[in-house]
Design a binder for this molecule. Structure first.
Ligand code: GLA
Length: 500
């Protein structure tokens, strides 16, 4: 070293820096990966100084590296999985001899994983298939949901801990508790029933559901209908097998089992389909596949209200569409959806319903008054009423909240109008919904955490000719005067019908 001239020293330092600074390019196969998002391989190429690359995931297929740049000998980039609510953070790839090490985070999953140089055969075996979508068509809607669908769904209470025995017991309880006779007809299995595909690609239920056809027959024998769940992505939100590449085949097996309702949830499909056109095409594809089975199957769209779904949900043969991300059993979340977020009202009506998500009544996270607000709001909005609690063990108060015939009648009114707020004053709101018999349903709500008295004149909210007022929770009639005054508990509601 001491013998080097200054010039050779500078040149050799530059050369060695350049050599070290080259970021890794090539194709590698991951040695292991967290189950989510199940990374399989990574490819990076340098085309005359322009870097590009993909990471392949069994959930999301080939994910392009965005904002890819070299930082010394380390690559940095971001990954978008299609979910607009997720702000991606930098992922890094560093060389480790022939191998690479990738560290970072995708959605909620951290990873620090290594990958070895892949052989051509190894890499080829990890190619992620892509399937064509159908050209734009309108799917004729079947008349299966003239009123907002009513029933039960396993997700809110059981998540993926659902099985054949529980579903049968739920069906029994729907009958014994009077819920079926109050109108709750569908027993819907949400995520967590799926097993693997057989050698012909036919999706099998997992070991918790030994015989889907027998289960459907059992539910039908109780005078109920049965529903199931899938996703257009390779994986459902719970990480189970989705319908990606098997749409028609899955529709056929659902029909063969005797399913009457399908909830179709975008889930990992959001990475493949993140434009209005492609998301429409995926729902159209399943809508057409359901129609081709010849069976009457209510089609429930679950893509969290993206791309103004209410304006096209009917055109894919859909009967209801979620308007937001998931409900939770808290007043904050329920009231945000109910008061502030549930879709464009004029999209709702017979055979096409804004779906503010399933009920939480009876799950224990809210007070009785909060659950009364939940039911009152959902009824005024003409929301689908899908119970989310364990109907085998309900308190008398829960049964009363869920089976109040007058509240249900407001929800199920044949005109199918979505109620709207007509007066807001600080934390109080008054909502009205026109009913088909000429009367009006009126909800008075207190969003504050202390009681409040709400008063005013009926005329101010367009009900100058009110002569008969009925409190539908209390089952009490009152003669109307020009003025009204109601004291509402914290987070509470009064629900009325007002007629001439
Ligand atoms: C999404 C849906 C939920 C439920 C879960 C199942 O989050 O919005 O309603 O179906 O997936 O994994």
């Amino acid at each position: 070293m001491r013998r080097l001239t200054t010039a050779t020293f500078v040149i050799s330092t530059l050369l060695s820096t350049t050599a070290i600074a080259a970021p890794p390019t090539g194709a590698w196969v991951f040695d292991s990966s967290p189950e989510y998002p199940d990374f399989t391989r990574v490819k990076v190429s340098d085309d005359a100084g322009k870097l590009s690359g993909t990471i392949t995931s069994r959930w999301y297929g080939d994910l392009p590296m965005k904002d890819l740049r070299a930082d010394g000998d380390v690559l940095k980039f971001k990954i978008y999985n299609g979910n607009p609510k997720i702000t991606p953070t930098d992922i890094t790839i560093a060389a480790d001899g022939e191998a690479v090490r990738m560290t970072g985070k995708l959605w909620y999953q951290d990873f620090d994983i290594t990958a070895h140089k892949g052989t051509a055969a190894e890499l080829k075996a990890l190619d992620f298939p892509s399937y064509p979508l159908p050209p734009h068509r309108v799917v004729p809607q079947k008349n299966l949901a003239a009123k907002p669908p009513m029933g039960w769904n396993s997700w809110n209470k059981f998540a993926t801990a659902i099985d054949d025995k529980t579903v049968r017991e739920i069906a029994d309880a729907m009958v014994a508790s009077g819920l079926r006779d109050a109108g709750y007809i569908y027993v819907n299995i949400d995520d967590g029933w799926q097993g693997k595909r057989d050698q012909n690609g036919v999706l099998q239920p997992n070991e918790k559901f030994p015989d889907m056809k027998a289960l459907a027959d059992y539910v039908h024998s109780k005078g109920l209908k049965i529903g199931i769940y899938s996703s257009q992505g390779p994986k459902t939100c719970g990480g189970f097998e989705g319908s990606y590449g098997h749409v028609e085949q899955d529709a056929r097996i659902f029909a063969a089992w005797g399913m009457d309702y399908l909830k179709y949830d975008l889930c990992s499909g959001e990475a493949f389909y993140h434009t209005k056109e492609t998301v429409y095409a995926t729902y159209q594809q399943m809508g057409e596949a359901l129609a081709a089975t010849g069976r009457d199957i209510v089609f429930s769209l679950c893509q969290y209200g993206r791309f103004d779904v209410g304006s096209w949900g009917r055109d894919v043969g859909g009967h209801l569409w979620r308007t937001t991300s998931d409900i939770e059993d808290t007043y904050a979340r329920m009231s945000w959806i109910g008061f502030d977020a549930n879709g464009v009202p004029n999209h709702t009506g017979p055979n096409g319903w804004n779906d503010p998500d399933m009920l939480e009544v009876g799950n224990g996270g809210m007070s009785h008054d909060e659950y009364k607000t939940h039911m009152s709001l959902w009824a005024l909005m003409a929301a689908p009423l899908l119970l989310g609690n364990d109907v085998r063990t309900m308190t008398p108060e829960t049964i009363e909240l869920l089976t109040n015939r007058e509240v249900i009648a407001i929800d199920q009114d044949v005109a199918g109008v979505q109620g709207l707020p007509v007066k807001k004053n600080g934390t109080t709101e008054i909502w009205t919904k026109k009913l088909s018999d000429g009367s009006t349903a009126v909800g008075l709500f207190n969003r504050a955490d202390t009681p409040v008295t709400v008063n005013g004149n009926w005329a101010e909210i367009g009900l100058s000719d009110a002569v008969k007022v009925r409190d539908v929770w209390a089952h009490k009639d009152a003669k109307a005067s020009a003025a009204y005054s109601y004291t509402l508990p914290a987070h509470g509601a009064v629900l009325l019908t007002v007629s001439r």
